[in-house]
Design a protein around this ligand. Structure first.
Ligand SMILES: [Zn+2]
Length: 736
């Protein structure tokens, strides 16, 4: 072929792609046409009135994990799914170490007396806020106890905050520390562990108006931000060590399972902790003595939104705190339903949302639960009309997510072998919507597929969801340039999907323990009532999604994404994209390592080590190049094969099986050092829940533990080689 021929041919090919708007990654053109028909039918079913009706059912009453109401809702979902046409609907029971509040009291006894309310007052116009079943202030997994001690302000409660206190000669041993939720954000369980390690007797954590209250804008009931009395409940479980039931780390809590003593459970906190509204934190902060809190300590402003100077504290403010918890075994219920695949019933696309809420769960999670009920109704409808997916769709309603990702973890542990053999991917929706801004997460190999899917959906703004998403990301990048908050979201500038996946929701067991590719979908916006009683039906109907349009769009997006995975001829994994993401992760680590080495004072660096970073990434980078080259070859070969008409089913099955293996190969059975449950070597989470790429290697480099770093680098290299070999075998099968 001459150069001219090639030019003509590629012009013709690109015309084809333009003319054929029905092309979908992973589908032959005939199957794509059929798929679009199925998707159009599917998208026409979810509607805002039904979303709202379901949302009302789930937000009618508080439904914390383990409560009667939450268990009734499990029964309700199971019954609805059967009516909708789902198959094999079952309710799984897990007996887990759960947590319930009995009583809590906090009083300031010096310099004046103040009895903390520890309750949320009703809001005018919001009748649900008068519900007597609303709990008081409590944190899941706090221990019981009683203490009378001085109160110290420890800012965000992160380790560096205690360094500043030490510099000022302030010890928190045996004292009560008062910390803020955000600024910067870290998971409250990490704050609790840090306070426990510092020897504090108890931790109080409050919502400063600077972060989610009146300093941000109008507060509920007039706006979306948190009012004076809102209390952010939550668990403090150390699930960054191992999620799920603390007494069954790594195996399922099916009734009768072996259990370790709670004293030996690494994820069970050993400290008292209580959340406060700013109304209750104010008298403590206002009366503190000691040095004035700095406005800039390592870039952080310790002053807050209340109208007085914050102090670090000394002996002046004393408090008496008493917490009684009822922590012990209780049943959690996971509801599972499926639509069996017509052609490949043993390849599974799994979806899930948690059901349990701190109170009503307007956004978290009932917006997701309502979307899930419309998703399943529409899938059932398709099945009734004879449109059964090729692969099996499994949907789960998780329990106890809020306590320690418990239901999904136990279910994942119970079915780990099946999932490793059969699962294509897991799609998580926790909070479906708190506003109009879409954020999609995906392991890097599924990022292109997710982005393509959003092109076929309509955002309420009139744009495609893809264009709306792009605008959101561009706006955040601009804002991020100022605040640097989002500067590390997304890898390549053209990528919209967030391919840096931390923990904090039900995808964790599937990615980190089982080795399944995961996706996470959600819309967000201004939202200051998280985990409070005000996160309810009123809030959603006034601020979050008054027309339930985003709920509807979420049902559509969730379903279309699942249908594409379930119906694809050849699964649309893009391993070349995976490779370029891994390269970026490695390059970032190398740069951080060099900065660390160079940033050290000369005296700390021995002459032989000077300017010699100890992480040599050459071998890894070359293994990534090989993996990328095979990934590109595979992308091209798959596209060629798909464009040349019907596929040999046996070849398709072999290719799909092979591609499903790639994610499993990123697991190291021993786990990452110190956290054996977390087995994925590319994705992990910091103790704060923040994403942590190359977790084992990164933590070793940060500790300058070069032996471990070397081992971890070899594990990564080996996995890259294995996956390169696997892709090479697939490429050979595709040779004409
Ligand atoms: Zn949630």
């Amino acid at each position: 072929m001459t150069r001219n021929h090639i030019a003509l041919l590629s012009a013709a090919l690109s015309l084809c792609t333009v003319a054929n708007s029905q092309s979908i990654l992973g589908f032959t053109s005939a199957s794509a046409a059929r798929e679009i028909e199925v998707e159009n039918k599917f998208k026409s079913i979810p509607n805002p009135d039904e979303e709202r009706r379901q949302h009302r059912i789930f937000t009618q009453e508080p439904h914390i994990a383990g409560s009667k109401r939450n268990n009734e809702l499990a029964e309700y979902i199971a019954e609805e799914w059967k009516k909708q046409g789902l198959e094999d609907v079952v309710i799984h029971r897990y007996d887990v170490y759960g947590t319930n509040p009995k009583s809590a009291s906090l009083e300031m006894i010096a310099p004046t007396h103040y009895q903390a309310l520890l309750r949320e007052t009703p809001l005018p116009g919001d009748d649900d806020s008068k519900n007597p079943a609303i709990s008081g202030a409590w944190l899941g997994m706090s221990i019981s106890g009683e203490v009378t001690a001085p109160v110290i302000y420890a800012h965000s409660g992160n380790p560096e905050d205690y360094d500043l206190l030490r510099k000022n000669g302030i010890s928190v041993k045996g004292k009560v520390v008062l910390v803020r939720y955000s600024n910067p954000y870290s998971y409250r369980g990490f704050k609790a562990l840090t306070a426990q390690r510092e020897g504090a007797a108890a931790m109080l954590v409050y919502s400063d108006p600077q972060e989610d209250g009146y300093k941000k804008g109008k507060v509920d009931p007039d706006g979306p931000w948190g009012p004076e009395y809102h209390i952010q409940r939550g668990a403090i479980t150390y699930d960054f060590m191992v999620p799920g039931d603390p007494q069954t780390p790594g195996w399922a809590s099916i009734p009768g399972a072996k259990r370790i003593p709670i004293e030996e459970a690494v994820s069970a906190p050993k400290i008292m902790a209580l959340p406060l509204s700013w109304h209750d934190a104010k008298p403590l902060l206002e009366n503190m003595d000691g040095p004035v809190a700095p406005t800039n300590w390592q870039g952080e402003d310790w002053q807050g939104g209340l109208p007085f100077d914050y102090h670090l504290g000394g002996d002046r403010v004393k408090a008496h705190l008493k917490i009684e918890m009822d922590n012990g075994l209780q049943p959690y219920y996971v509801v599972e339903g499926r639509i069996r695949g017509s052609e490949l019933p043993d390849e599974w696309v799994v979806m899930g949302n948690h059901r349990d809420a701190w109170v009503f769960g307007g956004v978290d999670p009932s917006s997701g639960t309502a979307s899930m009920m419309e998703l399943t109704r529409a899938l059932g409808e398709l099945k009734k009309q004879g449109m059964r997916p090729r692969r099996t769709l499994i949907v789960c309603s998780w329990d106890g997510e809020e306590v320690g990702l418990t239901g999904s973890t136990e279910w994942g542990e119970q079915f780990a072998d099946d999932l490793r053999a059969k699962a294509v991917a897991y799609i998580n929706v926790d909070e479906a919507t708190s506003g109009p801004n879409f954020h999609g997460q995906a392991v890097a190999s599924l990022a292109p597929m997710l982005e393509e899917t959003t092109r076929s959906l309509q955002d309420p703004s009139g744009k495609t969801l893809y264009d709306a998403w792009k605008e959101t990301i561009e706006r955040e990048k601009k804002e991020g340039a100022q605040s640097s908050q989002f500067s590390d979201s997304g890898v390549a500038s053209e990528t919209l999907a967030d391919t840096r996946i931390g923990s904090g929701s039900d995808h964790t067991v599937f990615l980190n323990f089982i080795g399944m590719p995961v996706l996470g979908l959600g819309f967000d916006g201004d939202y200051g009532v998280y985990h409070s009683a005000y996160d309810d039906f009123y809030w959603m109907n006034h601020f979050g999604d008054p027309g339930y349009k985003y709920h509807t769009l979420m049902s559509q997006l969730w379903g279309v994404t699942a249908l594409r995975l379930a119906n694809a001829d050849l699964l649309a994994f893009d391993f070349a994209t995976y490779a370029s993401n891994i390269r970026q992760f490695v390059n970032e680590l190398t740069r951080a390592n060099e900065r660390n080495m160079w940033g050290q004072p000369p005296s700390a660096v021995r002459p032989s080590e000077a300017r010699q970073p100890q992480l040599d990434a050459k071998a890894i980078l070359s293994a990534i190049d090989d993996f990328e080259a095979e990934g590109k070859r595979l992308n091209e070969a798959l596209a060629r094969r798909l464009s040349s008409g019907p596929l040999d089913p046996r070849l398709a099955a072999a290719l799909n099986r092979g591609m499903m293996e790639v994610e499993r190969n990123w697991l190291n059975p021993d786990g990452i050092p110190g956290r054996p449950w977390f087995k994925h070597i590319l994705y992990g989470a910091r103790f704060t829940y923040a994403h942590l790429e190359l977790p084992g290697l990164t933590e070793a480099v940060e500790k300058q533990d070069w032996n471990t770093a070397k081992q971890q680098a070899e594990i990564l290299e080996r996995a890259l080689h294995n996956n390169t070999k696997l892709l090479d075998e697939l490429n050979q099968q595709l040779q004409p």
